[in-house]
Design a protein around this ligand. Structure first.
Ligand code: NAD
Ligand code: ZN
Ligand code: ZN
Length: 393
């Protein structure tokens, strides 16, 4: 089959690879019909190379049609239409039972002391072949796949794999009081969807980014936007002006480790791409590799006693943080990979007409799988208005 494979920094290719097969009785095989490219894939494209091998198949936002099921997957049948969560979770361990599917104890990667395995996401998360491919092996298929109705187009449901539950969890963790305010840093797919969900729940929403098309997109549905580049050192005072001088009740960081405006981290990122894997892994686990400008901004902006919710992914083991300010402002911080299945029952009722979260028009580009290389480049460089790229194998 054809699949999008990783070969190095800024080097992904569509290769022919062996078709996946059922390996465990709890596996299923799906024929992929749509597969998103995510901001998290850009970290693989740029920073996390030391944890990948050439030929690894990427992609963790797939949906499709069931082809084959193992002996212990009574919930699925050939022909079912399903969305696959990006975290691989069993549904029956202690963590899954408490709603923390991203910490699943059955699929945790003990070698690296990390949480649940993820589709297509490095050795840190199990090196499981991903879903930017014609076919996908779905482990723990007795629990993960979300069955969806036949009629609406794929995009109505595709974002249940990652964007919707991640944005939902970011808003949930932001703990915005009734009628309160939230500032969302980063208006990529995760941040923009977070603004929609926060608005749907009645919050006043401020959005910050530096890409004009992304600011404009959020402004069309009533987000008060601030251009980071234009605001410069005035960002905090502009946000306070909009929030009674105090700062918003919550700030969501939907940027993560590749934040704009942090030159030191940029050098560390380049280094990790140039060093042999073993040495780069040492560097990454013993030094700060994150570009923390967005997170520091979040801590600075939030009102005293407010909440910072981190949806963006960070990866360095020792990252210097403004502890004095965090303590002095008495803020609450919550974070983590989305517990996808935890939020599906809350979100599904909103995936109906009149499409209150705007999922039908959320993707900016739909490309054939064979054009995936261009899709990555365009999304990373934010060219041609690329906002969310969906591949159709
Ligand atoms: N927690 C999870 O489970 C989970 C799931 C999916 C994605 N993510 C993470 O969420 C983040 C966003 O993903 P995305 O798909 O929206 O990607 P994206 O890269 O398109 O979005 C990031 C946005 O942040 C903006 N930005 C950069 N620096 C900024 C700064 N200093 N201040 C404000 N904005 C800034 C960029 O212009 C861009 O629009 C990534 O870190 C991704 O890894 C986390
Ligand atoms: Zn993703
Ligand atoms: Zn589990």
């Amino acid at each position: 089959m054809k699949a999008l494979t990783w070969h190095g920094v800024h080097d992904v290719r569509v290769d022919n690879v062996p078709d996946p097969k059922i390996q465990e009785p709890t596996d299923a095989i799906i024929k992929v019909t749509s597969s998103g490219i995510c901001g998290s894939d850009l970290h693989l494209y740029e920073v996390l190379g030391p944890y990948l091998d050439p030929g690894d198949v990427l992609g963790h936002e797939p949906m499709g049609v069931v082809e084959e099921v193992g002996a212990e997957v009574p919930n699925l049948q050939r022909g079912d239409r399903v969305v696959i969560p990006f975290n691989i979770s069993c549904g029956h361990c202690h963590m899954c039972q408490t709603g923390l599917m991203s910490q699943c104890e059955t699929t945790q990667v003990r070698e690296y002391d990390t949480g649940a395995s993820l589709l297509g996401y490095t050795k840190l998360y199990g090196q499981v072949p991903g879903g930017q491919a014609e076919y996908l092996r779905v482990p723990q298929a007795q629990f993960g796949p979300i069955k969806v109705p036949e009629d609406p187009p794929d995009d109505r449901f595709l974002f249940l794999s990652d964007v919707l539950p991640t944005a939902w969890q970011s808003v949930e963790y932001a703990n915005i009081p009734r009628g309160g305010s939230v500032a969302v840093l980063g208006l990529g797919p995760i941040g923009e969807m977070s603004t929609r969900i926060a608005q749907h729940r009645g919050a006043e929403v401020i959005g910050v980014d530096l890409v004009p098309e992304r600011l404009a997109r959020a402004a069309t549905h009533g987000v008060r936007t601030i251009d980071l580049e234009e605001a410069g050192s005035e960002l905090a005072s502009q946000v306070r002006e909009l929030t009674d001088g105090r700062g918003p009740d919550a700030v969501i960081d939907a940027v993560g480790m590749e934040a704009h405006g942090a030159p030191v981290g940029k050098l560390a990122h380049r280094l990790t791409g140039l060093l042999p894997d073993a040495i780069a892994q040492q560097l990454m686990s013993h030094a700060g590799i994150d570009r923390l400008s967005a997170l520091h901004t979040a801590i600075d902006l939030v009102r005293r006693g407010g909440t910072v919710s981190i949806g963006g992914v960070y990866g360095g083991a020792i990252s210097p943080m403004p502890l004095l300010q965090m303590f002095d402002k008495q803020i609450t911080m919550r974070m983590g990979q989305a517990n996808v299945k935890r939020w599906i029952d809350d979100i599904l009722p909103l995936l109906n007409d009149p499409d209150p979260l705007g999922v039908d028009d959320f993707a900016s580009h739909r490309l054939a799988l064979t054009q995936a290389r261009q899709g990555y480049e365009m999304f990373q460089k934010k060219q041609n208005g690329a906002f969310k790229v969906v591949l159709n194998p």
